[in-house]
Design a protein around this ligand. Sequence first.
Ligand SMILES: [Zn+2]
Length: 403
Amino acid sequence: MFYNAPMRLLTQIEKQRVCDLLTSLVGINSVVISPEQANHDRAEERMADFLNDHLHKMGMTVELREVYPGRPNLIAHWPGQGGNRSMMLESHMDTVSTEGMTVAPFAAQILNGRMYGRGTCDTKGSTAAFLTALAIAAESGQLPNDKLYYVGTVSEETGCLGAAELVKSGFRTEAAIVGEPTGCRVVTAHKGPLWMEIETRGKACHASVPDEGVNAIEMMSRIVAFVHGPWKEYLQGRRHPMLGASTMAVTMIDGGMMVNIIPASCKASLDGRLIPALSAKETVNDFQRMLAAYLGDDTDFVVTKIESNPPLDCPSDAPLTGRLLELCGRANGQNRPEGVHYFADSGAFYQAGIRTVLFGPGNIAQAHKADEYIEVNQLFQATEIILNLLTEHAGKPILCNAE
Ligand SMILES: [Zn+2]
């Protein structure tokens, strides 16, 4: 019904506005390298304070919910906004380290149509686009009739801990757009990571009489062979139409004490990426059972650590997804849902029953890089897509009963 109309594009002043906002956001150091460093530095506090102030000025009610001291999730909405359906625009407030960067990390320098700096692409570009679109729509009285939230999370780069905490506290909306650099495409699927640590336990002895001991590295070599042999084959048995098969790789190994001692212990780390159809828990159970059968009785191994994050697999016919796809089609011709290899806060939301997609300006190839940048045209386009999503539904719901 709306879709034959040309898209409302940004004016020069509005383009300047989204660039200015991104410049301010990039200028705020919100680096998260490890939980210890981030807790010590209160990593996202200044971002949360800036956004709190900015969103208040937009007329939104803002709540800060501390996840760790000085590291709050931020939840904003317009008070009294009608509609019994709700959706959120979300982006994480933290960035990765600035170490080794070849551009000034916080200067937000614009050169040849690109803005350079840590977080320009991952994911302060999305934040700037979302907030500018929300502000323009609100100022012109063209908000949709759904309850609209903006949510900023902490600690995404170290395992999506802020998003996990948010859903654990009971926060829900019916739908969500998670801002990540998808190149202004709609991403509806990603895998869920599964990290395991395994230890083999043998018996030390002098290496000149190896048969008197039990070599833990030798045992581990059989586990490595299992992971890259039968286990790989097993994982390849199930495929997702957009994501292909699950994968697992041995990524770290550590064992032995001295050149002349048969090692009593060896540890290895495994990185798994599971398609949505495989649950982490069941996969770990299958892994242990199959590995034990492969090794026989004589090998003593133990899985010492398991961490996982949920995948994303949102149906592409959900109303918000459909509308976003249609708008992307008009803006850049990309009207098909996509799957990606990385994961984000989206997994936690999807697992909590929120219809979630990833969408934002910039290319994931530039995320975490030494010269991270965003094409400013991407920034404008993402802002236009979200602005049109809002204003084309002014006074009406974006979400409908089918949601
Ligand atoms: Zn990100």
